[in-house]
Design a protein around this ligand. Structure first.
Ligand SMILES: Nc1ncnc2c1ncn2[C@@H]1O[C@H](COP(=O)(O)OP(=O)(O)OP(=O)(O)O)[C@@H](O)[C@H]1O
Ligand SMILES: [Mg+2]
Length: 265
């Protein structure tokens, strides 16, 4: 399999009943790119991401991976939701082990357990391996959910506002964790976020969506801040402020347009 080919979202449209939520969405994502999908609430970010994950189907167009259209979930794409969604009756270890077993059924039981332990340790929660999710903080649960996704050893990490439910200090910790993990093996990451600073700190590229219905790509911005990134250096870089201002101007102009349309209706 050629893993050097981009992931293509090609002429993607999605309608729910008579409403076309996303229309003619086109993008090519290079292997190893870290991309944010940013836009106002309800514009269709999760819809696009879930179609990439194969959890929903496109109405028109679609997703092309290694030259082949994909319409179903696959082990090469791992998804993390805003809420950790761990199985409450399984320990942290067994939640991750389940993913390792599903993704690597041919490994021996011992090797599957090794994988689970490796990823729990990589995300810094090995000490909680024997705990049920209810006994863990939201941040720790989200770390376990990330370990579960990684145990699949996917090429693509699809993250839908993965830190949206966390307090800001825990969010910073998890952003640094994801950045560290990405630096280690440069998986392709597509992350939906509302947080401009998170997108600027983590990503190579920020895709700004216009407001729906018929949302599409409004701006495709390159984030050329030097890597490896450190929060203070990144946020004090002149490029950071320039991009931030541009993103805010885009979001403000689109929300104004939306408000004007609402008033006129
Ligand atoms: N299954 C569905 N049936 C009908 N409408 C839907 C469905 N899923 C999403 N929508 C609508 O599609 C639009 C886009 O939803 P989506 O969840 O993708 O937006 P979003 O950008 O992720 O929003 P948020 O930032 O609030 O998470 C919304 O208007 C939503 O109500
Ligand atoms: Mg969403």
């Amino acid at each position: 399999m050629n893993t050097d080919r981009p992931l293509e979202i090609s002429s993607l449209s999605k309608s729910f009943g008579p409403v076309t939520v996303v229309k003619n969405f086109n993008i090519r994502i290079a292997p190893g790119e870290f991309v944010a999908l940013l836009g106002h609430s309800g514009c269709g970010k999760s819809t696009v991401l879930s179609i990439v994950a194969g959890l929903q189907t496109a109405t028109l167009g679609g997703i092309v991976l290694d030259g082949v259209e994909v319409t179903e979930p696959g082990l090469e794409r791992a998804f993390c939701f805003q809420s950790p969604c761990l199985l409450p009756w399984l320990t942290a270890f067994h939640n991750v082990l389940l993913s390792a077993c599903q993704a690597h059924p041919k490994l021996t039981a011992a090797a599957q357990k090794e994988l689970a332990a490796k990823y729990l340790s990589l995300v810094g929660v090995a000490e909680y391996a024997g705990e049920l999710p209810a006994a863990l903080s939201q941040g720790t649960q989200q770390r376990v959910a990330i370990a579960r996704a990684l145990a699949q050893e996917p090429r693509f990490l699809l993250l839908d506002e993965p830190f949206g439910m966390l307090d800001s200090l825990t969010r910073f910790e998890l952003q640094d964790l994801v950045l560290d993990l990405w630096e280690k093996d440069r998986k392709t990451v597509i992350m939906v976020t509302h947080d401009i600073d998170e997108a600027l700190y983590l990503c190579d590229r920020i895709i700004l969506m216009t407001d729906g219905p018929e949302a599409t790509i409004g701006l495709d911005l390159r984030v050329t801040l030097p890597r490896p990134r450190h929060r203070h250096q990144a946020t004090s870089h002149p490029e950071y402020q320039r991009l931030r201002d541009r993103i805010i101007a885009f979001l403000e102009s689109h929300s104004k347009q939306f408000a004007t349309e609402q008033e006129a209706a």
